[in-house]
Design a protein. Sequence first.
Length: 441
Amino acid sequence: MSPPLTQIQTSPTLPTAADVVVIGGGIIGVFTAYYLAQRGVSVALVEKGRIGAEQSSRNWGWCRQQNRDERELPIASKSLDLWERFAVESGEDTGFHRCGLLYLSNDDAELARWASWSEFAKTAGVTTHMLDSKHAGERGKATGRAWKGGVFSPCDGTADPAKAAPAVATAVMKLGGSVTQHCAARGIELEGGRVCGVVTEAGVIKTRIVVLAGGAWASAFCRQLGIRFPQASIRQSILSVSPVEHRLPDAMFTSGVSITRRSDGRYALAISGRARVDVTPQFLRFSPQFLPMFAKRWRSLLPGGLEGVRGGHETLKRWRLDAPTPMERVRILDPKPDLPTVKETHRRAIELLPELREAKITHAWAGFVDSTPDGVPGIGEVPGVPGLILAAGFSGHGFGIGPGAGHLIADLVSGATPIVDPRPYRPGRFAHSAWGKVADF
């Protein structure tokens, strides 16, 4: 069963024109629409299913700077401030709070990596505290174990995946933006090689700028335009348990299992990095570019099944714009959770935190995490298709950096000074055009 998600009523009619059309109602799409609407830009967001129903509501909910890739750290830092500012500006509740994130370990190599990152973080102005054995034991006393050390990042926090994207979409509509659910974008119309409209199942929206924030569907969508965007999805499984009498840490990582407290008191449990790789035509096509990443993670990535094929999001087929597409046949990617992983996660959680023995499993679900070969998203205008902005491949980090990414995309669209340097996110660092030439996005 997938996690509960806040349901909202969206715009009853589809606009015939907009300054910008955003494709995809996940956390990246809604924050992009929000920051555009804030600037008085006419924006229309279309979502084939429900707002936030795919990976944006299926993740841990962590909003962190700790252990970020140095290319993502600036946007992660900005995002924390933007999460807070959004609540004040909009009056909407995303469940965000800076509870601090706790990392515990008995592995010397892991602790050394964290210490090295902490030294780097100081140069970037990030506050993080390495914990010795005594302080790690105090912070992690709920485990009843001794720990060699750990990290506590006090400025990091969590938001509620069940609330966040719907809350931001509501704020978009308050600002006059259009948000339409159950409306798939089938493709993009070009005029003189430039974007001139978006073809949806409910009609055409005339526009000069499109933001493709399609999550796991982005590569297949790009293929319809002859754009090669390397993307692979892995299927991660999570479960949640009922509240317990004594409050446990709000957010705690160990190599065995991690725990996150939701705003309703439930706890989400997951094993970091553990996932199934469902082989699809798209996966096979891009596998050479992903081999280095998969080689590093071979201990935690397990062979999958047919869930990826059933989803239809990694097809190599071209579809017509005047007929139903795979996105209309599968409105919401809702893959089956991997039961062995769910059982192992629960077992490890009880072993780590005995207090959870009395808690009942309330939900178990899975989601497709869309990844790029280097684990950093692709954000930028697609050369050869003026007016098309790609925002995808967030590699499991999109929820936490959603506000910063949305702000950056709005900056690029409106010509404002970018909130962070956009160059590290150029999709062309790993993508090739349909004609085999390197595309310098």
